[in-house]
Design a protein around this ligand. Structure first.
Ligand code: ADP
Length: 169
């Protein structure tokens, strides 16, 4: 009989993966807010196990939307994209955890919701790239850049998820 322990150490499928703790800027876009998907989306990130470090409902000014998407300035859809982002309130969030940048992109799904897998947020709730419900940072550097753009100092909370909080004594 092979014990589970020796199976683990001998099988290449069980190698240890260590991931850097990162922060991602996640934003529920105006269509996600208008459609009442805020709770559903937050639930998916909580259920995955990431930690919420910042959260606010916010009406973005045009300049901020332009700056956020400045890398896409030359794209034909840029003016429409900026209009879309300022068309109503967004929910700004910072989620933290190991590998959260790539993991959040998986939870979110492909840019074009028609190509996004069912089970992803865009795959389950979207139809068009121009109304794709949610944003997630595409690199750790962009994550930090976007957090600095959308949150002021003092708006983020340092805390640790701790199951003992379920008990009063
Ligand atoms: P992602 O949000 O998946 O990182 P991009 O950075 O390429 O995707 O694009 C930023 C946003 O611009 C998308 O989420 C989407 O809202 C919008 N967008 C991208 N491509 C198109 C397109 N072809 N038509 C309309 N809007 C688009």
């Amino acid at each position: 009989l092979v014990s589970q322990r020796s199976l683990r150490s001998s099988s290449p499928r069980f190698f240890a993966v260590t991931q850097a703790v990162e922060r991602s800027y996640i934003m529920i876009k105006p269509d996600g807010v208008q459609r009442g998907l805020v709770g559903e989306i937050i639930t998916r990130f909580e259920r995955k196990g990431f930690s919420l470090k910042g959260l606010k409902l916010f009406q973005a000014p045009k300049e901020l939307a332009e700056e956020h998407y400045s890398e896409l300035k030359e794209r034909p859809f840029y003016p429409e994209l900026v209009k879309y982002i300022v068309s109503g309130p967004v929910v700004c969030m910072v989620w933290e955890g190991p590998g959260v940048i790539a993991s959040a992109r998986k939870l979110i799904g492909a840019t074009n919701p028609l190509l996004a897998e069912p089970g992803t947020i865009r795959g389950d709730f979207g139809i068009q790239s121009g109304r794709n419900v949610i944003h997630g940072s595409d690199s750790p550097d962009n994550g930090e850049r976007e957090i600095a753009l959308w949150f002021k100092e003092g708006e983020l909370v340092e805390w640790t998820r701790n199951r003992t909080h379920m008990l009063a004594f």
